[in-house]
Design a protein around this ligand. Structure first.
Ligand code: 4GX
Length: 229
């Protein structure tokens, strides 16, 4: 999978995507991540990428012409235009279903906004999906883009290695995970549920299923109401 990111802060992406599973997926050629500096597509002498909002109001808005040039240039390279995703609090909220849908694409182009957002004409004419990572406001779309990249990359076949499969994890059955324990079996008098030490596999599976259901009821009853949000 190829992911292109349009951002004013390409340097923000160094670090989080250079460790662990994502690092290995990139090294193995499963994930081709390309960062593009939007400011490189500014044409005036001040290299301006934003301007005052028509109709007034606080803050600045990212210019449609600069973003459109940046996107067109990126789309001229590589194969296919890719699915263009704009990260914003106005988008549909990211969940496991949407992550899997995006993971099936050959190419994604992620657009990160700063300031008060981007000119709506860019969203209307150039963006395929507007996606939010949750109902809170961040200072830009870079962290949301990194969250999306991380969540999607785990679903690229081979990215988790041979041992793990995303099919065996939380949300696959629409439920939360059961609690996990490891050695030592007792620490400061803190014990592990007896059943997990019993070696009785049928009882263990029954206990895990009960825990998943009870936790979901207690913590995320919304997940039980007809699947998804
Ligand atoms: N999930 N942000 C976008 C710029 C902006 C401001 C106003 C549209 C309207 C966010 C989120 C998020 C911060 C990214 C503001 N865009 N993105 N940015 N939550 O908070 O995705």
């Amino acid at each position: 999978m190829r992911i292109d990111v349009l951002t004013l802060f390409p340097e923000a992406f160094a670090g989080p995507l250079d460790v662990s599973i994502i690092k290995r997926a990139r090294e193995d050629g499963l994930l081709d991540l390309l960062l593009h500096d939007v400011r490189a597509f500014a044409t005036d002498k001040h290299r301006s990428v934003d301007d005052y909002p028509f109709g007034g109001g606080q803050g600045m808005v990212m210019r449609v012409d600069v973003l459109d040039r940046a996107l067109s240039d990126v789309q001229e390279h590589g194969s296919g235009r890719g699915l263009v995703v704009y990260l914003s609090p106005q988008g549909e909220v990211l969940n496991d279903r949407l992550v899997r849908e995006l993971a099936r694409k050959d190419r994604l182009v992620l657009v990160c906004g700063r300031y008060e957002g981007v000119d709506e004409r860019f969203v209307k004419h150039c963006v395929d999906r507007e996606v939010s990572i949750g109902d809170y406001i961040l200072t830009g779309g870079e962290l949301p883009a990194m969250v999306l990249i991380d969540a999607v990359a785990r679903h690229i076949p081979g990215a988790l290695g041979d041992e793990a499969s995303p099919e065996e994890e939380s949300f696959v059955g629409g439920l939360l995970e059961h609690p996990q324990y490891t050695r030592p079996a007792e620490y400061k008098g803190w014990t592990v549920p007896e059943v997990l030490l019993s070696g009785h596999h049928a009882n263990i599976e029954k206990w895990k299923a009960e825990q998943r259901l009870e936790r979901t009821k207690a913590r995320r009853p919304d997940l039980l109401n007809g699947r998804e949000d």
